[in-house]
Design a protein around this ligand. Structure first.
Ligand SMILES: [Zn+2]
Ligand SMILES: [Zn+2]
Length: 154
């Protein structure tokens, strides 16, 4: 039996700019001023966001910041696991901020707010797939969709 993971109910970002800067430096990335601007921006979102949304929002407040810088910074943040890519109910992909570590998301199909959870039911399946197929399993994606309490009440 595997231990049940915790369910993180906070929908607000659980990381601070300082924590993200520290994760980046552990991976050898310098936090330049433009990157810091992108980090501050992604921490403002309270639901999954797209790269295009970040580009559009920063165009208003930081017109000098290039689109390539935004995309590159988001890629770096995803590569050090402080951003997770997930699929939204409409099939488009989006990012969500979270502490590094294995996690999945429950996403409201009406308002898009996501709840992270670390409970993962895949261990047994991964073991049997490895045994039966001889693949080296590298990862998996699980997204759970539903209607949040706020939307259910509306
Ligand atoms: Zn909702
Ligand atoms: Zn998992």
């Amino acid at each position: 039996m595997t231990e049940h993971g915790t369910i993180t109910r906070d929908t607000a970002p659980t990381l601070t700019t300082e924590q993200i800067v520290s994760v980046l430096s552990q991976h050898g990335y310098r936090t330049t001023a433009p990157r810091q601007t992108v980090i501050a921006e992604v921490l403002r979102y309270h639901k999954p966001f797209t790269a295009e949304q970040v580009v559009a929002d920063l165009k208003v407040t930081e017109p000098s910041l290039g689109r390539a810088t935004v995309y590159r910074t988001l890629e770096i943040l995803a590569s050090v696991d402080v951003l997770t890519r997930l699929l939204q109910p409409d099939g488009h992909s989006a990012y969500v901020v979270g502490a590094p570590g294995h996690r999945h998301h429950l996403i409201c199909s009406q308002c898009g707010v996501a709840v992270a959870f670390t409970q993962c039911p895949m261990d047994e399946l991964v073991s049997s797939l490895t045994r039966d197929t001889a693949y080296e399993i590298q990862g998996h994606m699980i997204e759970v969709f539903g209607v949040c309490p706020g939307c259910r009440a509306a």
